[in-house]
Design a protein around this ligand. Structure first.
Ligand code: 5AD
Ligand code: SF4
Length: 339
């Protein structure tokens, strides 16, 4: 019966939450492996074996919000706050460019509205100096800001929905509203961005049915990129003593997302690498097709403390994950250790 459900994934248009919950709950270990193999087959057919590598710069950790799971939350007074100046940011971008990478992600906490001008300056400076695609991951901002960022030359915007479970969303997001977050994703599309979204797996109280609902939301949104990570406890947060998300369930979410969302970019995330030593390799073997390495300057790196024991995913780490997963390092990448 489970095998039949997997076969239907290719053609079935309308899915119920119950059906997707079933896909997320393989009854036997053989079914679990069948799920993985179906996702891998679809990934192989649609995107091939090359793992796309992108580079992120976490240029600031100042945040106005207080999300219960995140180490950057404004109430976390133990954290040293920083914001890189343009020169430092450009240096990090240049390093990424020299690695051969052609897409950079600019990531920060949710900054104040008066930072709009400095962000636009950053985008323009990068576009002027390097032939790079720019992905922004800056949290919620105004529609006018989104349009201005797009105008300045940014290409993609990454804004995770985190969870589509109303009750859970409100519980962990004291400053946010689920409908508003969904509206922001529509504004981003209206502004002309390719959309990235995604969510957390294993938040305290999160049900498998709510993960199924998340996948259906990503599918109907038609996102180009879907970032999925296990919840990991972070010091200085209300959820500091909660257990981390489960590896097996997270991998099932990867596979079912691949099956239902088709030819989308699914990164094997830093959170997955932080949860388990083989996490990133496993992500690549459960439907993922890209890696986002982090190239934040050494002196501030530890302050981008989203959660405990964050893995250091640099060029070397990313390339080793790719080789361990028996996949291809892209030809554009300059990895000195390459054989
Ligand atoms: N565990 C896992 N992922 C987290 N993020 C924030 N805090 C955590 C955590 N404790 C992720 C969120 C957010 C991004 C900034 O990092 O999904 O979108
Ligand atoms: Fe700020 Fe984003 Fe962390 Fe929430 S998840 S506290 S908005 S950095």
């Amino acid at each position: 019966a489970y095998g039949d459900a997997l076969l239907r994934c290719r053609d079935q248009q309308d899915w119920t939450v119950e059906e997707v919950t079933y896909l997320l709950s393989p009854p036997t270990v053989e079914d679990e492996e069948a799920l993985r193999l179906s996702a891998e087959a679809l990934r192989q057919e649609t995107l091939g074996d090359v793992v796309d590598v992108r580079g992120a710069v976490e240029f600031g950790n100042i945040c106005r919000k207080d999300c219960h799971y995140c180490g950057l939350r404004k109430s976390n007074i133990q954290l040293t706050r920083y914001r890189l100046d343009l020169e430092k940011t450009m240096q990090a971008i240049e390093d990424i460019y020299n690695m051969g990478i052609r897409t950079v992600i600019l990531q920060s906490g949710e900054e104040q509205e008066n930072e709009t001008a400095s962000i636009i300056k950053m985008i323009e400076a990068i576009k002027e100096r390097f032939k790079l695609r720019i992905t922004l991951s800056l949290g919620e901002r105004s529609l006018a800001d989104y349009k201005a960022f797009r105008q300045a030359g940014a290409n993609n915007y990454l804004l995770r929905i985190e969870t589509t479970d109303h009750e859970l969303f409100s519980k962990v997001h004291p400053d946010d509203d689920l409908e508003e977050r969904m509206q922001h994703l529509l504004w981003l599309r209206e502004a002309g961005f390719l959309l990235g979204t995604g969510g957390l797996v294993g938040l305290p109280g999160q049900k498998v049915a709510s993960l199924a609902q998340d996948i259906l939301y990503w599918r109907q949104l038609g996102a180009n990129m879907i970032g999925i990570g296990p919840f990991l406890p972070a010091a200085g947060t209300p959820l500091a003593n909660q257990p981390a998300g489960d590896l097996a369930i997270t991998l099932r979410v990867y596979a079912v997302t691949r099956l239902l969302c088709g030819r989308v970019f699914i990164p094997s995330t830093t959170a997955l690498a932080s949860l388990h030593p083989d996490g990133q390799r496993l992500g690549l073997q459960w439907g993922a097709n890209s890696i986002m390495l982090t190239h934040t300057p050494e002196e501030v790196r530890s302050h981008y403390h989203l959660y405990k024991n964050k893995a250091k995913v640099d060029l070397d780490f990313a390339c080793r994950s790719i080789l361990e997963a028996k996949r291809e390092i892209p030809a554009y990448l300059n990895w000195p250790t390459r054989k």
